[in-house]
Design a binder for this molecule. Structure first.
Ligand SMILES: Cc1cc2nc3c(=O)[nH]c(=O)nc-3n(C[C@H](O)[C@H](O)[C@H](O)COP(=O)(O)OP(=O)(O)OC[C@H]3O[C@@H](n4cnc5c(N)ncnc54)[C@H](O)[C@@H]3O)c2cc1C
Length: 427
């Protein structure tokens, strides 16, 4: 047990997991004056939150709330009440309350003015440790890995550098994240103890992930073009259920396939189709700003003694990785048939055979099913146990939707605990 802690440690509320969801639940509860102990297996909290800040912390999105909620797809109706309570504007107000101004960037994404996560996290942790008014300071326990409950299901069990610790809490919030980027703390190891406790969990799957192309790239393409971006392209995909995706944007060729924002946006459709059919195909539009007839006219234009590559470069601006993928995937006889070649430039089929491993994904789909929870995010089968964040069964594209739903579910779980403690929980 920890040298300075009694075991069992008796607390009002244990929050396990110090990502945005757990920190937000802790904030709601500390503001209500409850004694909150927050445990995390890592040496410091918010590691994925900080990483999210590396490429520009996209906190939320400024589109209308109805469109915003729609981004959560089949889980939108479950998340709607949470986002009605703590939606995109509330996220911006909350950041402002921590001294962090935000701005609306391109495509309506919302960022802190300095684009960084660290100042926001620093101010947040300071407020959690030193709350104003009647707030109770949150007590942090780092390097404490939750491993489940004791045999009676009464005490939370932790491994810590000082040995085992048991904690008895009137209420517990689990905010343990998904199963990607395990080195930052979230490894999905919470799944077996929760399932053993009778909690219904949908399998964890990669979301906003890369894919492997069927058959792999040729050595030439891989060695020359892995890591290079396809810019200003479009992709279209329709799955066997008739659902389709179409968007312009960019993505990157990898050693084994493709990844990047455009693929992330299509990832749930492509992933689910691979699960159903063993593969999924999308069509790559290399010239999304030109009509098919225009492309055909340019391809068919007499090229004299010029090579096909220089012809396509001079007439259509195709070169680099765009020309390389044409050489890689278009059959030899189609290269000399203007109609087939023009069709390929506007819709080159690329077949995917697998997602990249979940550990590499930006986020995780699956998790604790909504049916297992009440409106306050309490596990119905286990009164006093609440869940929040990415470990719940939802997914969303990148664009600030992930953090917003994590924060909103942290608020909901914190409120759920507060209400439950005030009405039904034994003191
Ligand atoms: C590269 C990258 C960039 C991203 N960029 C953005 C972005 O710009 N905008 C956006 O909206 N989203 C972004 N995301 C997603 C976003 O960071 C996550 O959705 C969010 O952090 C999830 O919050 P969470 O609190 O549910 O879980 P996490 O942030 O994963 O936190 C979970 C915490 O639980 C702890 N934990 C796990 N298991 C245990 C255990 N057994 N015992 C004790 N502690 C445990 C972990 O150590 C961790 O601290 C990005 C993700 C990645 C990987």
């Amino acid at each position: 047990m920890s040298p300075d802690l009694p075991s069992p440690l008796i607390v009002d509320v244990a929050v396990i997991g110090g990502g945005p969801a757990g920190l937000m639940a802790a904030e709601v509860l500390s503001r209500a004056g409850l004694s909150v102990h927050l445990f995390d297996r890592m040496p410091s909290v918010g590691r994925k939150f900080l990483l999210a800040g590396k490429g520009g912390m996209n906190l939320t999105h400024a589109e209308a709330l109805s469109a915003f909620v729609g981004r959560y797809g089949t889980h939108a109706e479950r998340l709607r009440p949470l986002l009605d309570t703590f939606g995109p504007q509330a996220v911006r107000d909350w950041a402002a309350g921590l001294g962090i101004s935000t701005f609306v960037g391109s495509s309506q994404r919302v960022f802190p003015v300095d684009m960084k996560a660290a100042p926001l996290l620093r101010a947040w942790l300071h407020r959690l440790r030193h709350p104003s008014g009647d707030g109770a300071p949150v007590v942090f326990h780092m390097r404490h890995r939750w491993i489940g409950w004791d045999e009676q299901g009464a005490s939370l069990q932790f491994e810590s550098p000082h040995g085992a610790l048991q904690v008895q809490a009137r209420a517990t919030v689990l905010a343990l994240g998904g199963a990607s980027w395990a080195r930052l703390g979230s490894d999905g190891a919470w799944l077996p103890p929760l399932q053993a406790a009778g909690v219904d969990v949908a399998p964890l799957l990669p979301s906003n992930c890369g894919f492997e192309v069927a058959g792999g790239w040729s050595t030439f393409f891989r060695e020359r073009f892995a890591g290079q971006p396809f810019k200003s392209v479009g992709i279209r995909a329709t799955d066997s259920l008739g659902q389709s995706f179409q968007r312009k944007g960019e993505f990157v060729a990898t050693e084994t396939g493709v990844e990047g924002s455009l693929l992330y946006a299509a990832s749930s459709l492509l992933r689910d189709e691979i699960a159903r059919k063993g593969q999924a195909t999308f069509e790559l539009d290399l010239l999304p700003d030109r009509h098919a007839e225009q492309v055909l006219a340019h391809v068919a234009h007499p090229r004299g003694s010029r090579s096909l590559s220089s012809h396509l470069k001079s007439r259509l601006g195709l070169d680099g990785i765009k020309m390389a993928i044409v050489n890689e995937l278009v059959e030899k006889d189609a290269m000399h048939d203007p109609v087939r070649l023009a069709a390929a430039l506007k819709g080159l089929p690329i077949t995917l055979k697998a997602t990249r491993p979940i550990n590499e994904a930006i986020s995780t789909a699956g998790g604790v099913r909504w049916e297992a929870l009440d409106a306050g995010l309490m596990v119905k089968a286990r009164p006093g146990l609440f869940c929040a964040g990415e470990m719940l069964d939802w997914e969303a594209p990148t664009g600030g939707y992930l953090l917003t739903a994590c924060l909103a579910s942290g608020v909901a779980a914190g409120e759920g605990v507060r209400q439950w403690l005030s009405t039904s929980a034994p003191a």
